[in-house]
Design a protein around this ligand. Structure first.
Ligand SMILES: [Fe+2]
Length: 225
């Protein structure tokens, strides 16, 4: 961008960060706006969303955050990601999510797991390429989305008769420090290990967005029916 050419370097990278954050936020906004009204859904549809969400998140959040740590070279970025992993493991977030799903009578079945299989595999293979900056952008998007999705997920569970909300309470807190931390990690990684030429910064974000859409809309099953 010509407008940033004469800026001092930190001002330029700050402007890049702001652009990335704005792009990610607008993708999250679009997703949140597109969510179907829980009252218009059948009980089976509400159960399906919780089950597919939990099928993806329970076994993969820690895995994907770990992939980002393995890929990352910047010490500052690694510290930030490890802090996140520390909390996930110490507070047993996967166990919390499992309790949430069971209480909502939405523990995933083989049908739920297979409904998201194709999109899930794409995200796994993408993060397995260990492309640091792309992985960090993807995880920043994931964190941001999860936080904004919690109110909706809690509403679905309540409509299924559940009052077990520890998972959605813990993850729905607007943790500005945490989100900023991931963007700081991204900036410090970009400085020492920039994105290769011709690579799409948002490749993982788009793959993950498709997976989230599959969780919510279960389009493949709807098409097959
Ligand atoms: Fe968590």
């Amino acid at each position: 961008m010509t407008t940033t050419l004469n800026m001092p370097q930190n001002a330029e990278s700050q402007s890049t960060d702001t652009t990335i954050q704005a792009t990610i936020n607008s993708i999250i906004d679009e997703l949140i706006t597109s969510l179907p009204d829980p009252k218009q859904l059948s009980s089976g549809q509400r159960r399906g969303i919780i089950a597919r969400y939990s099928s993806v998140l329970e076994g993969n959040f820690v895995y994907w955050m770990t992939a980002a740590v393995i890929a990352t070279k910047s010490e500052e970025a690694r510290e930030e990601l490890l802090e996140n992993l520390h909390e996930e493991v110490r507070d047993a977030h996967p166990a919390m999510l499992r309790r949430f799903a069971i209480a909502a009578h939405a523990f995933p079945t083989d049908v739920d797991a297979l409904a998201i299989n194709e999109d899930l595999t794409k995200v796994r293979l993408f993060l397995g390429r260990l492309s640091a900056v792309q992985s960090l952008v993807t995880m920043a998007f994931f964190e941001g989305f999860i936080q904004r999705f919690m109110g909706y997920l809690a509403e679905l569970a309540a409509a299924q008769g559940s009052s077990e909300m520890e998972y959605t309470d813990v993850h729905g807190v607007c943790d500005i420090e945490h989100t900023q931390g991931l963007f700081r990690a991204l900036a410090s990684e970009t400085e020492i290990n920039p994105l290769g030429q011709g690579m799409d910064l948002y490749e993982g974000v788009y793959l993950l967005r498709s997976l989230i859409e599959e969780i919510v809309f279960n389009r493949k099953e709807a098409q097959a029916a």
